[in-house]
Ligand binder design. Structure first.
Ligand code: HEC
Length: 387
């Protein structure tokens, strides 16, 4: 047997427990500017084909009794091997983490340097009175081995996703790193934050792309934890805060809060008389303005009418209801967005994606591209979308 045959045989044996998908998957539709020689994002999709029983350091920590210990244990778990590699998942030798497919598609799709997707922007004046222009936010999400199993089941056949398989295993951890174009002039606590380069829009959506500096602003997580009777999930979010004053900026993340339910019986009347939310822990030391609907857990860049678990509970296909109630909704209507759903779809007749927006958006993108007869999702990308 020739050397290359041996090599490919051992490669097959080594990787036989993985779903083969990476070859068919696009990392970004950006056209890399000529002469560029820096970092290039490469999607990681060698998802686990069998369930794994890896240790979960948070297993015996109660998210209700010790929310801070729980959240910082999750943060450390997300960091292991990743911060030394600046979140290049291919470089991590300690733990396996993965990206979701089909996030490259469309006007908000992955940029090519770090694989970031475009998020809600800060509108002029949102951060302070002198903020004259819109400031962009871009993010990347990753999933651990347990979670990758579900990605692998849904995307086993990359040309024919199985949308009935979108339920996650206990122990799944999703993390999202949010970077902002804002500087410490806009948000003083951003001083010395981690800086990444993003190939992002010059200004509005669809304007030509340029390299810009972005700063780490927020880290979100969603953990599938069977002890969460309310939703099956525990959400948490941190914001960067230089006043923590650690030399290593990765350790200047301040916990905003942890939530395991939507508080389905808590509405305006309860809020007015000062009743407390029961299905989350909110750091008393954070600005109320950065929270969600009636004080529920949400990130500063997220929609104020929503909350982490409310918006994520709408992850389904087809996306029947919008992910947040409309501006005109009455309280009676808004209640529909704050139910505690556990392994059931938001609307009847839709397939549930178990709080995973990366799955629901990926599937939506895949079907949109298919309708356009675009098998890779980048057709005329640079022309159609940027000119
Ligand atoms: C108004 C809707 C909305 C709200 C509110 C929201 N998210 Fe998300 N989230 C999304 C969307 C859409 C994505 C996927 C798109 C992307 O990553 O670009 C996402 C992605 C994520 C991911 C990556 C895994 C996944 O499910 O796709 C995590 C983790 C996450 N969000 C956590 C949070 C946390 C924690 C909060 C609250 C602090 C929060 N989110 C609030 C819409 C929302």
């Amino acid at each position: 047997m020739r050397t290359w045959e041996l090599l490919s045989l051992s490669f097959l044996m080594l990787s036989s427990s993985f779903v083969h998908a990476s070859g068919a998957l696009v990392s970004s539709c950006d056209k890399i500017p000529s002469g560029y020689s820096g970092k290039v994002f490469k999607i990681k999709t060698d998802y686990l084909a069998e369930t794994s029983n890896k240790k979960r350091p948070w297993e015996y920590i109660s998210f209700k009794e010790e929310p801070q210990k729980y959240a910082y244990t999750i943060l450390k778990y997300i960091y292991d091997g990743n911060i030394d590699c600046d979140f290049d998942l291919h470089c991590n030798k300690v733990a396996n983490w993965y990206h979701a497919p089909w996030m490259h598609y469309g006007i908000n799709g992955r940029e090519f340097v770090n694989g970031l997707t475009r998020e809600r922007s800060f509108k002029p004046g949102e951060l302070h009175n002198d903020q004259k222009s819109m400031l962009q936010n871009w993010a990347i999400s990753i999933v651990n081995e347990q979670g990758s199993y579900t990605y692998g089941q849904v995307w086993k056949d990359i040309n024919n996703p199985d949308i009935t398989k979108g339920e996650f295993l206990d122990g799944t951890v999703n993390a999202k790193l949010v970077f902002t174009e804002a500087t410490e002039d806009d948000i003083p606590t951003l001083k010395n934050s981690i800086t990444w380069t993003g190939y992002i829009n010059q200004s509005e959506k669809g304007t030509p792309k340029v390299f810009k500096q972005l700063r780490l602003f927020q880290i979100d997580f969603l953990v599938k934890d069977k002890r969460s009777e309310e939703t099956g999930w525990v959400a948490g979010t941190f914001i960067y805060d230089c006043t923590i004053n650690n030399k290593n900026p990765w350790f200047n993340m301040k916990l905003v809060g942890v939530a395991w339910g939507n508080d389905p019986n808590y509405f305006r009347a309860d809020y007015i008389i000062g009743k407390r939310l029961l299905e989350c822990w909110i750091n008393p030391d954070v600005m109320k303005g950065s929270l969600g609907y009636l004080g529920r857990l949400n990130g500063p860049i997220d929609n104020k009418k929503s909350s982490c678990l409310s918006c994520h509970s709408t992850a389904q296909y087809p996306e029947k209801s919008p992910s947040v109630p409309s501006e005109q909704s009455t309280e009676g209507e808004i209640k529909y967005w704050f139910r505690n759903l556990k392994e059931e779809s938001f609307d009847e007749g839709a397939l549930n994606f178990d709080y995973s927006k990366q799955l629901s958006h990926g599937i939506r993108n895949y079907y949109s591209a298919k309708e356009e007869n675009d098998s890779i999702g980048c057709n005329d990308f640079n022309y159609k979308r940027y000119h």
